[in-house]
Design a binder for this molecule. Sequence first.
Ligand code: ADP
Ligand code: MG
Ligand code: MG
Length: 929
Amino acid sequence: MSEKKNYVYAFTVGNGKNKQLLGGKGANLCEMTQIGLRVPPGFVITTEACLAYLDQQDFPAGMMEQVQAHLTELEKITAKGFGSAENPLLVSVRSGSAISMPGMMDTILNLGLNSTTLRALIHQTGNERFGYDSYRRFIQLFGKVALGVPDEKFDHQLDEVKKIRGAMSDLDLTSADLEQVASRFLAVIQEHTGRAFPEDPHEQLNIAIRAVFNSWMGKRAVDYRREFKITKDVANGTAVNICTMVFGNMGNDSATGVAFTRNPATGENEFFGEYLVNAQGEDVVAGIRTPKPVAEMKNEMPEIFAQLVELRQRLETHYQEVQDFEFTIEKGILYCLQTRNGKMNAQSMVRTSVEMVQEGLINRERALLRIRPEDLEQLLFPRLDRRAMQVKPIAQGLPASPGAASGQIVFDADRAESQGKLGKKIILLREETKPEDIHGFFAAQGILTSRGGKTSHAAVVARGMGKPCVTGAMAIRVDVQLRKAFIGEQILSEGDLITIDGGSGEVYLGTAPLVEGEFTAELTTLLSWADEIATLQVMANADTPKDAHRARNYGAMGIGLCRTERMFNATDRLPLMVAMIMAENSVERQKYLDQLLPIQRQDFIEVFTVMAPYPVTVRLLDPPIHEFLPSENVLRDEIDNLRNLPATIKGLDQLTDTLRVIDPQLAESAHNSLGTFLAGLHHLCDHTVNQILQEKQNILRKVRETQEINPMLGHRGVRLGITYPEIYQMQIRAVLEATAECVKSGVAVNPEIMVPQVCTAQELDRVRKIVDQVRAEVESAYGFKLQFKFGTMIEVVRACMRANRLAEIAQFFSFGTNDLSQATFSFSREDAENKFLPFYNENGILRDNPFEVLDVNGVGRLMKIAIDGGRSTNPELKVGICGEQGGHPASIRFCQYVGLNYVSCSAPRVPVARLAAAHAKLKEAEFGL
Ligand code: ADP
Ligand code: MG
Ligand code: MG
């Protein structure tokens, strides 16, 4: 059976949709070939072959025979011979898995060259320089990628020859120079591997295929997959693409380049790309020579430019997606060597989505679905505050990936990683970056390079990660050995603070003022399409009028959770709150509650007004009361210090005398500076001190009284409301009077009163009685009826099981999935996240953190029980979620599935949730547990 298995597909045959099998690059090479674009002929070895190879550390049976058969076919098509001394076939060997991982695995070009085929190539083309140029490139790439010889060894030799010849760039080297470079390279290989360079093209191919397969398990690739959670069902193994070489280094009618069908930094519909005349392969990306923008090709090579524009058009029309493609021009003929969906920042994704719909290229659904909801968070990235800027930039580079960031300079990726782990903010500053720097990107706030263009490695990777990046800041000279960077006279050392603006390419010394991102017109349009499609409403958790404003700006359709206790934490309220808690009896407590009432009412009026006509769900007091009191330790220290005050003052009195024994001069200066101060101290009234001491002691007593073994499960939420009904009464009155006030002034309000921590219907019923009583009073005082809803949070396991009873009293449920997850797992969140949860996640005991990602299998089932129970007695029941998971896209899909009416999350996540809600609706049918 396995003998028969097909491991190899020609570009003319392979299924362009099957990226899992052929890798993204291979599948697209097949697809492009089959839609008639000019791709050099070639074939793909499948990812299955890779997995089999990794499994048994050898090629699977039959694979190499198939490779040989396809090679023979290639020879036929191209009329060339692999290893031929007259007309040699040269190929590139390229990796490519289902997910594009920029620069993760390196391509070998010009494979098939050796001393014999080199002569043939030179003879054939009559171009000696080209021959040696190709040869030395091949030796270096093969040496580095397949034989593991460090790149620097080659670079060093090349630099030496350049120096000897006084050459500024590679282009200044003659064919004789390049011949010398090649022979030096061969010596490097001999020296480093202890073996001669393999001359036999078949041996070269064999080694190269192995190297590609092995690179799947290389550290960089493994790290990348871990960081981006690329699991086996997403990408498993790499394919190998064997592709006939075409040459961009055959003279001035040849070139190589990289382009995007639209500008990936802004999303603007303009052709964007860079090319280099007489160059090969990665020259553009590596930033060795500075490439030209494609627009210049219009003048330099007008016919080719027209072809390139046509290629751009055909790619976009076919893929209905912005394409990032690679091309080579050999003697005036344009070849496309690769295409893939363009990686863009969120801003560009949004803009292209909206514009492609307007151009009629895609429909709205596609426009929404092509954007990952979580990526919208990038849009709220900080930018430089231009108006507050005082300083001038110290360097100017290319705006490679937008957003601004400040941090300390670090010159290499390892150090970036270690500093990042310490929690430092870092800017990775390099001459240029390479794939092996990837861990430095993860750790850095931003990336700055002194070389390279907008399609350089640094630019592409940073854009993919949504990190600010400036490339090609040529005024900066980086010296990694010295760990210094030089800009003219200025010297920057490791640890110095700089700021980069990836939107403008500017670099500043020190930290610069940043402003939050804002909504563009395109985002507003896109999210309005999302809102039209979504059936889940997106609300925000917001506690103050200011938060409410922000939530509204983010497009929240109401407040799903307004935590009243946060209102009490402001400095003008906390003393009242503390006094209320300290009250010895309910009469005294009422006195302070009466003072809190107007304050809270005013807060509600403002929040209701900001959100009108959307609903605002007010949660009654939830946390244990001692959270408002100072901590026991602080109090104890304060009390000790107050007690010691007389002794301290006495000590200060004697300080001058004591010092005189030691150092008369010091004593004199103490006397001078302490004199009036001490006089003041003596005026401190014992009575005041004692009074304060007494107060502190009272508070300490109260703190000890209210202390709980397990506050999370203690005297909080509705339990507090039932034992101290006057507190809830005040809050309910504040809500209802605010409602009445709003109605009076013509504001359309939709308040909802929500009770936390309910576990039995009796609790809810008690609170409802308070509501009924206050409502009657307020209605009669104002002379009109009030519209509002009364409901409960569902955050206790018992409440889920008794939801049918609760729904007889409640008009709505709101799942408090933070507490409900704690209760379901019996994990206290802080302890779990600090102690064992990371270990659980890393070792696959739990896949996600249940406090970020809703645990659909456990907590989700409880929710389902609660929803079914609740709607069985109250079909009108409105149900939502207000835990942090309410802003998490995958969790939102579950919420859609179980039939929630709304999700509520923190304000900055509202845009994410709006798009996720549209996705959830569009992909509803695919959802399964
Ligand atoms: P990556 O995944 O790093 O982009 P590629 O396999 O696309 O690697 O190869 C990098 C570059 O090498 C390509 O952009 C192209 O310029 C060059 N290249 C690859 N194969 C060929 C080929 N058959 N002929 C000419 N150039 C090639
Ligand atoms: Mg590359
Ligand atoms: Mg490529």
